[in-house]
Write a protein of this length. Structure first.
Length: 51
């Protein structure tokens, strides 16, 4: 999810498409939150680990 968000950020920045930029930011933020929760040992969406 983080990688997809970064890809969308780059495409949105290069092509100047603001909706891709916004979606990229949202995906990066959600991905980082899920990554932190998973690394702390909390079950995320019913899974013990989130990759």
């Amino acid at each position: 999810m983080i990688i997809l968000g970064v890809i969308l950020l780059v495409i949105g920045f290069v092509a100047e498409i603001t909706i891709l930029w916004t979606i990229g930011i949202i995906l990066v933020v959600i991905g980082v939150i899920l990554w932190i929760l998973g690394s702390l040992g909390h079950a995320v969406l019913g899974r013990r680990h989130y990759w």
